[in-house]
Design a protein around this ligand. Structure first.
Ligand code: SAM
Ligand code: DTB
Ligand code: SF4
Length: 315
């Protein structure tokens, strides 16, 4: 871990072009740079969460004006999956505002949801909070491909952001997921007042998981009124690009997802993030509860990556 942390910090501090040149070289060695994974999110249980994550609109500790919703029906999931397919999604991720999974009818329904996503031919991912080994095994049996569970920030900064569970709780869930044979999706958030050192420590922590996470979502904080982080200052988009570049260098095989917060970035910054190694995004107007860019804007963004040979040049 220490060696990886040193590597992360050295990379993060490089001159900008040296950093993104190195990251892009690694990116090309392991990935097709035109291949951006398209994922879709659905909130299957919204709000009222007992955890106190300082960034989250769904925590019951803060008044964010969010309407709570119980677990959605299988029909609602089916409709959303069909819609995601129409928009070209490859992966369908379902998120629940739970502290942890409880065995019982709700979890049984989530297992049915996973089966349904697989029947429709999409990759299935869920994010349900903490999980034990037997629950992870049941998810695997239902066909789950990936489990999202973020470390969110460095071990040091974590206790400033979340007080209702520990970093090691998070790592234990990731262990159960890995042992059940489900791929790991784990990343974090930038823009919560953390230092560049915290960002490097988060990435080093993720990169020292063995094996490394297959997906690494990098979220830009979406500041939400009513949460303790509502007044957070926006992140310079070049710092986001630096973070993505370091993630790519440390975790060459992973899908690095340019995750929440794209709505606050212009397309140029997003293209630069793809150049630096991001190769996955959320498609669709809504994340879990916050806005995401409109589908027509994302079509424009993605088409600007492909060959322009079919568009005749002016003489
Ligand atoms: N309750 C589960 C958990 O915490 O693992 C799953 C849902 S939770 C909303 C999933 C992730 O969304 C969090 O780990 C966090 O990284 C991200 N997230 C939540 N609120 C956010 C915000 N305002 N801005 C950026 N990312 C956010
Ligand atoms: C992740 O890292 N980002 C997604 C997903 N995992 C579940 C969630 C982002 C949530 C953004 C705030 C909201 O929409 O409520
Ligand atoms: Fe709950 Fe997840 Fe939000 Fe934390 S991030 S308050 S665990 S929904």
């Amino acid at each position: 871990m220490n060696q990886i942390l040193i590597q992360a910090k050295e990379a993060y501090q490089k001159p900008f072009f040296d950093l993104i040149y190195e990251a892009h070289g690694i990116h090309r060695r392991y990935h097709d740079p035109a291949d951006i994974q398209k994922c879709t999110l659905l909130s299957i249980k919204t709000g009222g969460c007992p955890e106190d994550c300082s960034y989250c609109p769904q925590s019951a500790h803060y008044d964010t004006g969010l309407t709570k919703e119980n677990l959605v029906s299988l029909d609602q999931v089916r409709e959303s999956v069909k819609n995601a397919k129409l928009h070209g999604a490859q992966r369908f991720c379902m998120g629940a505002a739970w502290r942890s999974v409880k065995d019982g009818p709700d979890f049984d329904r989530v297992l049915e949801m996973v089966k349904l996503v697989k029947e429709e031919g999409l990759e299935a991912c869920v994010t349900l909070g903490m999980l034990n080994s037997s629950q992870a095994k049941r998810l695997k049996e239902a066909g789950l491909d990936a489990y999202n569970h973020n470390l969110d920030t460095s071990r040091e900064y974590y206790e400033k952001i979340i007080h209702t569970r520990t970093y090691d709780d998070r790592l234990n869930t990731l262990k159960s997921v890995r042992e059940a044979g489900i791929t790991v999706c784990s990343g974090g958030i930038i823009g919560m007042g953390e230092t560049a050192e915290d960002r490097c420590a988060l990435l080093a922590e993720l990169a020292s998981l063995d094996p490394q996470p297959e997906s690494v979502p990098i979220n830009l904080l979406v500041p939400v009124e009513g949460t303790p982080l509502q007044e957070s200052l926006p992140v310079d988009s070049m710092d986001l690009v630096r973070t993505i570049a370091v993630a790519r260098i440390l975790m060459p095989r992973s899908r690095v997802r340019l995750s929440a917060g794209r709505i606050s970035l212009n397309q140029d910054a997003q293209l630069l993030a793809f150049f630096a190694g991001a190769n996955s995004i959320w498609l669709g107007e809504k994340l879990l509860t916050r806005s995401n860019p409109a589908p027509n804007e994302d079509m424009k963004l993605l088409s600007s990556l492909s060959s322009q040979a079919d568009q005749p040049l002016l003489q």
